[in-house]
Design a protein around this ligand. Structure first.
Ligand SMILES: Cc1ncc(COP(=O)(O)O)c(C=O)c1O
Length: 322
């Protein structure tokens, strides 16, 4: 079955070995899959999803992309960039107080020409997103709603085929570890594992959701995504590995774990993590290594999902060097 897809990501992304970090942690071999290098406005995991989402928007004859997220959303930054590149207008509904001056992703959104609607209270975001969509239709526009985090069955295809790419790279990894939030990356990997026969384990470190909720959501999304490949596979909670132990502080709250992870990766490998997703996911991986969760002779692949522009958000840059 042919699934509409554009080709703009820089693929395959490299896999690198983090030997110094492995040594410092005294743990398993650590590899990193550089999806922070996927291209499109500083790269990140949304590039893979957007190859499918933008193709779908084009097929539907849309001329406006509407999406939503946090004020420093990476997903929204990359959606705005894709809109600019493929000739769509773009409206972003972002949660948070409008800052006095724009920085990081919020600045880049505006460089890409996105119209921004800010919502102070997160609980109003779904309603305002829907109103924005309805008003666009009334105004004669043809909007396409890019789901939060790009995490629809269509978006998840990006990570289903990322597993195929990984299999062709012919690199052994017992574990894949990454940050999971809206679930599209996770669901795509779980489906890709089944379809392309990856034999290791796929462990999502939850960024902001309790484990049970995440497993329910990811297994349902993977099941729905499988239909796009021609035949439904029913995934259950047991098919999804997730760890909720590192998200208690809440979404985007920068803590000691994130700070240490960012410093360790930067000072030993010259590699940048972001404060919200990869910083938290790496903090989880580091803690699990210290607790002996992975066997010493195993190989852990840290799937770097991007997000580094947020390092320059006023909110986080102050915190990094404390
Ligand atoms: C840098 C980064 N990593 C990971 C994630 C989580 O991916 P997903 O929303 O597919 O769960 C996001 C989501 O916005 C992100 O921006």
């Amino acid at each position: 079955m042919k699934i509409p897809r554009l080709k703009f990501a820089h693929l395959p992304t490299p896999i690198e070995s983090l030997d110094k970090l492995s040594k410092v942690l005294g743990g398993p071999r650590i590899l990193v899959k550089r999806d922070d290098q996927t291209g499109l406005a500083f790269g990140g995991n949304k590039t893979r999803k957007l190859e499918f989402l933008i193709a779908e928007a084009q097929e539907q004859g849309a001329n406006l992309l509407i999406s939503g997220g946090a004020l420093q959303s990476n997903h929204c930054r990359q959606t705005a960039a894709a809109a600019a590149r493929y000739g769509f207008d773009c409206t972003l509904v972002l949660t948070g107080e409008k800052p006095e001056h724009a920085s990081a992703n919020f600045l880049l959104d505006q460089l890409f020409g996105a119209e921004i609607v800010t919502v102070t209270d997160r609980k109003d975001r779904d309603r305002i997103l829907q109103e924005t969509f309805d008003n666009a239709v009334k105004a004669g526009k043809k909007p396409y709603l890019v789901p939060y985090g790009g995490s629809s069955p269509t978006g998840a295809m990006g990570y289903t085929f990322a597993v195929e790419e990984f299999m062709y790279q012919n690199v052994h990894a017992d574990w894949m570890v990454f940050g999971t939030s809206s679930g599209g990356t996770h669901a795509g990997l779980v489906l890709g594992q089944r379809v392309f026969g990856y034999e290791g384990k796929i462990l999502g470190i939850s960024i902001d959701e309790p484990e049970a909720q995440l497993k329910a959501h990811v297994s349902e999304l993977a099941s729905q995504a499988s239909e796009k490949l021609g035949e439904r596979i029913n995934f259950t909670h047991d098919d999804v590995l997730a760890n909720e132990n590192y998200c208690q502080a809440g979404y985007g709250v920068f803590g000691e774990g994130e700070r240490e992870a960012i410093h360790l990766f930067a000072s030993h490998e010259g590699l940048l993590l972001d404060p919200v997703y990869t910083g938290r996911a790496a903090a989880g991986m580091i803690d699990l290594i210290r607790k002996g969760f992975f066997k010493k002779d195993e190989t852990v692949l840290f799937w770097h999902t991007g997000g580094q522009p947020a390092l320059f958000a006023d909110k986080y840059s102050q915190e990094l060097l404390r």
